[in-house]
Design a protein around this ligand. Structure first.
Ligand SMILES: Cc1ncc(COP(=O)(O)O)c(C=O)c1O
Length: 444
């Protein structure tokens, strides 16, 4: 009998592309450079509120994957729900029927929202949620105009990008974007009105009303806003401004879409950011933290609006994946059982007090602002001119990382240091973060 053909001996010197290179070296060769990176570190794993790099160094994670791992890493309740669902059913495509985690999550989400917001469509991301909400608005109203706000960030797909203006780099060279999209100033008290919120509200409303007069209000399908500007620099909208938008949308039959992708789920010390203004939007978009890191996004609106959108008008193969929805149910259980919205409010207040104390000693801190655990520290060359100091922002977060604290920047000039602690952060961890930040500022 012929002996079996020996399998080829592996080459003793692997080819350069298969060599066991450090993920950073491999990534630098083969990952698209289009993704900007805050850090050039290589990460190994996460546990609780710490991320670990491949050298075994621990970092207090106040970046949370940009407001996504809101319960930290490796959360036992979330991990157990994921494992249980993985063993039961990994994927369905919701067009095939119903599964318990998906339907239960839709019902539970409705329970976190005021009436009549009772029905959800699930996608995979924030951009998809915005994309779908814009489609819903146009089809349900039969109108085409969309009004959004300068400095807003809503995602990178064409529809979401068309309402995004937080950095010129995101839009440049990608046009033409969606037609009939109109951007008006966000009420930005610090940058436009010397810190006067009432004046910012009056000015931004005047600009909004001027646009409505030009557009003909009956052509406006939707007004889209973040309750606190996220990527654009952590600027909360004054409650009176959101209330005035609600009034105008009611008057003209336009839909008020609130982008809660970053502000939602307790981040601002309320379950939803719009609650600070006491309004009820027509459409709520959520994503990021809702499944603590698994891809999931939601468009929630009253049933009648979804019905006007129409059966089959929208869909998604992966959206509302049962594993992501099982994780999301565990996130909601944990937020409720552990009182995490109240914790976010309390720890946010502690952090704000600490940051304001630092601002008193350091004139490079032009402003400390935000809601709950969505706080930004604006770094400036001097308080008089309010000129942004982006180089300082970049240096500060790099040195904080060296100190074992992960913070990020935001704003068009990268000069706003943003704090995105997990919702279950402890008082001791907030103190630890403040101490590290204070040391870095003192040494920079
Ligand atoms: C307010 C807001 N909307 C939408 C998005 C887009 O979400 P995603 O990156 O999941 O598409 C983001 C992402 O940062 C966001 O902050």
């Amino acid at each position: 009998m012929a002996s079996p053909t020996p399998s080829p001996t592996p080459s003793p010197t692997p080819s350069p592309t298969t060599a066991p290179l450090d993920p950073r070296e491999l990534g630098r060769r083969h990952l698209s450079p289009v993704m900007a990176r805050y850090f050039e570190r290589t990460w190994s794993h996460g546990a609780g509120h710490r991320l670990y790099d491949t050298d075994g160094r621990a970092y207090l994670d106040f970046a949370t994957g940009i407001a996504t791992t809101i319960l930290g890493h490796h959360h036992p309740r979330v991990d157990a729900a994921i494992h249980e669902q993985v063993d039961r059913l990994l994927h369905l495509m919701n067009g095939l029927g119903y599964t318990a985690p998906v339907s239960e999550l839709a019902a539970r989400l409705a329970g976190t929202l005021p009436a009549p917001l009772d029905s959800a469509f699930f996608g995979n991301s924030g951009a998809e949620a915005i994309e779908g909400a814009l489609k819903l608005a146009r089809r349900a109203t039969g109108r085409t105009a969309i009004v959004a706000f300068e400095g807003g960030f809503h995602g990178r797909t064409y529809g979401a990008l068309s309402v995004t203006s937080s950095s010129p780099n995101y839009r440049a060279g990608h046009g033409p974007l969606l037609p009939d999209v109109h951007l008006v100033p966000y009420p930005d008290a610090y940058h436009a009105n010397g810190g006067d919120e009432a004046a910012a509200t009056v000015d931004a409303l005047a600009a909004f009303d001027r646009l409505l007069a030009i557009l003909e209000p009956a052509s406006v399908a939707a007004v889209l806003i973040e309750p606190e500007l996220g990527e654009g620099g952590y600027v909360p909208a004054p409650p009176a401004f959101l209330a005035a938008l609600r009034e105008r949308c009611d008057r003209h039959g336009s839909l008020l879409i609130v982008d809660e992708v970053q502000t939602g789920y307790g981040r601002t010390g309320r379950m939803w950011g719009f609650e600070h203004a006491g309004i009820v939007p027509d459409v709520v978009c959520a994503a990021k933290g809702i499944a603590n890191g698994l891809p999931l996004g939601a468009i929630v609106a009253r049933r009648e609006l979804h019905e006007r959108w129409g059966v089959g008008a929208h869909g998604s193969t992966f959206g509302g994946n049962p594993v992501a929805c099982a994780a999301a149910l565990a996130v909601l259980d944990t937020i409720e059982a552990d009182g995490l919205v109240a914790n976010a409010a309390a720890r946010g207040a502690q952090l704000e007090t600490g940051l304001r104390a630092l601002a008193e000693r350091d004139a490079r801190i032009g402003d400390v602002r935000g809601l709950g655990l969505m706080l930004g520290v604006e770094l400036v060359r001097d308080r008089g001119s309010r000129e942004p100091d982006g180089a300082l922002g970049d240096t500060v977060i790099a040195r904080c990382a060296d100190e074992g604290l992960l913070l990020l920047t935001c704003g068009p000039a990268h000069n706003v240091v943003r704090w995105l602690a997990p919702l279950d952060v402890t008082a001791a961890e907030i103190d630890e973060g403040l101490a590290a930040f204070g040391r870095v500022l003192a040494a920079t």
